[in-house]
Design a binder for this molecule. Structure first.
Ligand code: NAD
Length: 317
């Protein structure tokens, strides 16, 4: 009998939508959401509150709930990480080492997301190859490169079945993002609905790779479901979905909200965005485990506006 799944970082942008998705696939009682004391989990189904830095505490949860699979999503993201680089190193590295150690001792299968932040300087920014120079300029990127190397190491040395992808900026309507450089691509939707005005923190011509939440969840679930012999790499697979400039996104939104105004006032996050890819070559993920994104800019924008309008009006009534 397969055991249960633990989602660490369950209350964050990705976790809050991954938990319900996994519960549809595996049954509510078989997915345990783990929140942190700063953001405890809410809602139905098995829930625990713990700190991923506390290996004994998480080990106890794994034993008590008969966990065999972990999605480890707790991290400090790129922009927040630049304010607190030591904390980013501490949480992103110790958290991952703890999860990999627990995977080794409890024979767990692990999903851990890397990021386009692994890239920085000296690589091609268009159709960025799977294997190229990894010289990140942020502490977040440093922890993601180190994390990829750790995953590879734990697989080679201890045969830990750990699987990873390099996510681009994730766009979603359920939970606001946690302080990354691509947050503008979500914030613009909230402000378009609330105020019809948005002050964007990157330049209009800034092109970055993005992904809508349904494709993000599909990537995590698909790579975890894939037969073990199809996982050819244990660092992290490049993923690509859609790429657009901040102005392209604003223009798409104005098709729905014609009197929307956007001003561009770049801040320190522009410097980070300028070091990240514009698009990625994800042919290895497509070939190895069948990655195939379904959402583009136009359909994502309509869906985001519809979902967010419903959620914001339900919250205000
Ligand atoms: P988030 O910041 O929204 O959520 C992180 C969660 O971790 C939060 O719920 C927080 O409460 C929890 N957490 C923080 N410290 C903790 C601790 N000590 N112990 C236990 N939990 C703790 O992040 P997200 O956007 O959902 O990202 C999830 C993962 O995906 C991260 O590894 C991130 O690097 C990666 N990723 C995200 C994006 C994106 O655009 N959202 C892009 C690329 C990669």
């Amino acid at each position: 009998m397969p055991g249960k799944t633990l989602v660490i970082g369950a209350t964050g942008q990705i976790g809050s939508e991954l938990v319900p998705q996994l519960r549809i696939l595996k049954g509510q009682e078989n997915v345990v959401q783990m929140g942190h004391s700063s953001r405890p989990p809410t809602g139905p189904g098995p829930s625990v509150t713990a700190d991923v830095m506390d290996i004994e505490g998480v080990s106890q949860i794994i034993k008590e709930h008969d966990i065999t699979e972990v999605y480890h999503l707790a991290a400090l993201l790129s922009a927040v990480g630049e304010h607190e680089p030591q904390m980013a190193w501490e949480l992103n590295m110790k958290g991952l080492v703890n999860v990999l150690e627990l995977a080794r001792s409890h024979r767990l299968k692990v999903f851990w997301p890397s990021s386009i932040a692994v890239f920085g300087t000296g690589y091609p920014r268009d159709s960025t190859p799977q294997e190229t120079v990894l010289l990140p300029t942020t502490m977040y990127g440093v922890t993601k490169v180190s994390g990829e190397l750790l995953c590879s190491y734990y697989h080679r040395r201890y045969h830990v079945d750990v699987r990873s992808v390099r996510y681009p900026g994730i766009i979603s309507s359920e939970t606001p993002p946690g302080g990354g450089t691509t947050d503008y691509a979500v914030a613009i939707f909230y402000e378009a609905i609330r105020r019809k005005r948005y002050e964007c923190f990157v330049r209009a011509d800034t092109v970055l790779p993005m992904m809508y939440m349904p494709d993000c969840l599909n990537a995590a679930v698909s790579i975890m479901k894939a037969d073990i012999e199809r996982i050819g790499r244990r660092d992290a697979y490049n993923l690509n979905s859609m790429s657009f400039s901040a102005a392209d996104l604003a223009q798409e939104i104005t098709k729905h909200i014609p009197d929307m105004e956007v001003r561009y006032t770049p801040d320190f996050r522009q410097g980070i965005a300028d070091t990240w890819p514009r698009s990625l070559d994800d042919s290895e993920a497509r070939k190895d485990w069948g990655w195939s994104p379904e959402w583009g800019l136009e359909r994502m924008t309509s869906d985001m506006l519809e979902k967010l309008r419903k959620r914001l009006s339900a919250e205000s009534s």
